[in-house]
Design a protein around this ligand. Structure first.
Ligand code: ZN
Ligand code: ZN
Ligand code: FE
Length: 768
């Protein structure tokens, strides 16, 4: 007689909205098992009955053959008596208060849906919202958990008979695809100008394409918000876009229909092709081919272009190749300069009206606005610059368990982070917290994440800087809810971020080389060229760039010429008339600046590495003033000769790193007529060599041979690759970022790790 037993299984991880229940159904029925599977608010629960051998192989299959988008973090099995089921069923979801599950990010259209999209015999032929269990919108349409249609912005669309049948059929590839839709019952597109609807459906698409063909700028509603689109080869259209968007030089992202098109404009390695094709479909920074016809207005003074492939059916239809149609489109975020991306139809109509000649819209609401992600390859690994669509809100697995925490991040490129157990839910890119709209987006984002992941923070982590809007929010909230507030030094947070990003779970200290624009130091100075020795618990400042006055604070951040003169003044180098930065000043302005520097009037000391790059850029006549963050350094890097080996020296004396010898050598060679490409390279090489020398000095003092590189300056690829090579050649282990950006977009992750540590040994409340 056959023995039939029961078994209960709990699966946690990314197991909802990824075709997991149909997969379980298929595995169970194939083995003749009976029972049920259901979503809960913490994952998936299964009860099965059958012969022991079949049950064993079922559990094995759950782990080894799960669907491509699923990620199992834990699987628990208990034996149970037979539960009496005579067939296998998918039963209704069971919410459990307080429990949580990770939510899938939005997923690029899959190959099968793409096939149907272009198949004239398919009932979803050319339907812009085709999707299935394995692809389509997720995070941007989810209002609450569990992930079921009524909890999404698809709730208002009733399914037609055919869609319902597919949705209910466990053998169908759209079984329980929550955003399932078709031309009969789902969302629709239309085209409008000045609030007037001119066309719908296919006609709207064709009209939009006609506008793009003639050089118009369109607002296109996508997955996480509106893009502004125009022909990337038409300089006249681009000049208009720059003028309307009030964005002088900051690069625009591009979209092309397929990889072949991108390869015509950029050098694409196999690894880069894989990244472009990844299901997250990020914007990938690629080296531009000199012969590319893309207008130089897309990314002025840069060697790279940021390309992405279409990630929704609507994009595929919009970009479909045709001889008279532009083969590459600018697809930049739909906003005015640094405001958040528009995502609601009403606000888009108002905010984008002065920017766009027409609107391609649709009626599937976006619940959460999410910008495109930006990344690049460093050798074999990806190196994120902005984490948004496709990646958020995938949790980052933490090396250790934390209490429920909220970290509010910093000011620029803000992201926040909530933690629970082993998970860090790092938010999508919020933006620069410098205006009301972005602050609102930040506060709404936090509320949404707390609800979605059922997290009630017990502690809040913030930057030391009292004037950051995020820090103020943290103070208010801590006070209102009587929560403990931990203020974390900016560069300590960078260091901890890099450790957590690399799964570091050690008490061993490492050498953090933290190079960025600015972060408040524990001594009140503006830090940014820092060598810290430490871990999650604490740090010691081992060395730093010598303090230089930052005259007028923010004014100087936007005017590298002022920083160049400040550096010369501090080094005791005369301001000679042939120096490019001087041309930015009248005689009177020079006098005022000199007086300001001499008497230290509103000129806080800074050790910023970002400002050192600014000064070099200005001294080489590249940038006297900038119109986007990091521009002076980015253009300096773009000009450097990557093959040049010589380097300018720093003077390293104890804890202080003095660039005076570097400035003297650079100015001398410039006067001797050495080309700018060589000068720039020798500057970069000098910083790389100094970094390795200081690390060596710290190793001799402490025996530590592990270096973590973090901070926005490490987005400089020339500096990163040169420094890493030198350190590795010197026998150091080098940690660089892989899942979160090196810039302040990653810093909230490190803040949580430090706060969690502080929480354990109570008493001390500040990490300064
Ligand atoms: Zn699909
Ligand atoms: Zn339908
Ligand atoms: Fe920073």
């Amino acid at each position: 007689m056959k023995v039939r037993r029961g078994m209960k299984i709990w699966v946690n991880g990314i197991v909802q909205g990824v075709g997991f229940r149909p997969f379980v159904y298929a595995q169970a029925t194939a083995r003749g098992l009976t029972g049920w599977v259901r979503n809960t608010s913490s994952g998936v629960e299964i009860e099965v009955n059958g012969e022991p051998q079949a049950l064993r192989s079922f559990v094995e299959a759950l782990q080894s053959q799960s669907p491509p988008l699923a990620r199992i973090d834990s699987l628990r099995v208990e034996s149970r008596p037979h539960n009496g089921y005579v067939s296998f069923e998918i039963i209704a979801s069971q919410p459990q208060p307080g429990e949580f599950i990770p939510i899938s990010p939005d997923v690029t259209i899959c190959v099968e849906c793409q096939k149907e999209l272009f198949d004239p015999h398919d009932r979803r032929y050319r339907y812009p919202f085709i999707n299935c269990t394995h692809c389509g919108p997720r995070f941007t349409i989810i209002q609450d958990i569990p992930y079921d249609r009524p909890n999404t912005t698809m709730a208002s669309f009733g399914m037609c008979r055919q869609c319902r049948a597919e949705y209910d059929d466990p053998a169908d590839r759209r079984f329980h695809a929550q955003p399932i839709a078709c031309p009969q019952c789902g969302p629709q597109v239309w085209f409008e100008v000045g609030g007037e609807k001119l066309a719908e459906g296919e006609e709207a698409l064709q009209l939009a394409r006609q506008h793009l063909r003639t050089g118009d700028i369109l607002a296109v509603k996508g997955l996480g918000g509106y893009h502004l689109a125009c022909d990337a080869i038409n300089p006249e259209a681009l000049a208009r876009l720059r003028q309307r968007k009030q964005r002088s030089d900051k690069p625009f992202a591009l979209m092309a229909f397929d990889l072949d098109t991108i390869v015509r404009h950029c050098m694409v390695s196999d690894e880069e092709a894989a990244l472009l094709n990844a299901r997250q479909r990020p914007v990938v920074l690629l080296e531009r081919r000199p012969e590319s016809s893309i207008s130089s207005l897309v990314a002025p003074n840069q060697r790279t272009l940021g390309f992405m492939l279409p990630y929704t059916p609507l994009h595929l239809l919009l970009l479909q190749p045709e001889s008279s149609f532009p083969e590459t489109l600018v697809m930049t975020s739909g906003n005015l300069s640094e405001e958040p991306i528009a995502y609601q139809d009403g606000e888009a109509r108002t905010r984008l009206a002065p920017l766009a000649d027409g609107f391609l819209m649709h009626n599937r609401p976006i619940h959460m606005r999410v910008d495109d992600s930006v990344t690049r390859r460093v050798e074999r690994q990806s190196y994120p610059l902005r984490r948004g669509r496709g990646y958020a809100p995938d949790p980052i697995r933490l090396p250790r368990q934390t209490p429920p925490l909220l970290a509010v991040g910093a000011e620029l490129k803000n992201t926040f982070c909530l933690t629970r157990q082993h998970y860090a839910f790092l938010s999508h890119h919020i933006g620069d917290l410098e205006n009301f709209e972005t602050l609102q987006s930040f506060e709404q984002g936090i509320a949404h994440f707390e609800r979605l992941f059922r997290i009630q923070p017990e502690m809040i982590a913030a930057d030391l800087h009292p004037d950051y809007l995020a820090t103020r929010y943290a103070h208010q909230r801590a006070e209102q809810q009587s929560l403990r507030l931990v203020q974390v030094q900016h560069h300590h947070a960078h260091l901890a971020t890099c450790l957590a990003d690399n799964g570091w779970d050690d008490e061993v200290e490492v050498i953090g080389v933290l190079y960025d624009g600015a972060g408040l130091g524990s001594d009140g100075a503006i830090w940014g060229g820092e060598f810290l020795l430490g871990g999650y618990a604490a740090y010691r400042r081992m060395a730093h760039l010598i303090y230089t006055p930052l005259p007028g604070g923010d004014v100087t951040v936007h005017k590298p010429a002022r920083m160049a003169l400040a550096h010369l003044q501090r080094a005791g180098i005369e301001w000679q008339d042939d120096l490019p930065p001087l041309q930015a000043f009248s005689a009177e302005q020079r006098q005022t600046l000199r007086a300001q520097l001499d008497h230290n009037i509103n000129a806080p000391p800074t050790s910023s590495m970002g400002r050192l790059f600014d000064a070099a850029s200005a001294l080489l006549g590249i940038r006297a003033a900038i119109n986007y963050e990091g521009q002076a350094a980015i253009e300096l890097e773009a000009l450097a000769d990557p093959h040049e080996q010589a380097a300018y020296p720093f003077h390293i004396s104890g804890r202080l790193i003095d660039p005076k010898p570097l400035w003297l050598a650079l100015l001398k060679e410039r006067r001797a007529g050495v080309p700018t490409a060589t000068l720039s390279a020798r500057f970069h090489n000098g910083v790389a060599r100094m970094t390795a020398q200081v690390c060596e000095q710290i190793r001799q003092q402490t025996g530590n041979a592990i270096v973590a590189l973090s901070g926005g300056v490490w987005q400089n690829m020339l500096l990163l690759t040169k420094t890493r090579a030198l350190l590795q050649a010197g026998g150091f282990q080098v940690l660089i970022h892989r899942q979160v950006p090196a810039n302040d977009g990653g810093i909230a992750l490190g803040q949580t790790m430090i706060a969690a540590h502080t929480g354990r040994d109570s008493g001390q409340s500040n990490s300064v």
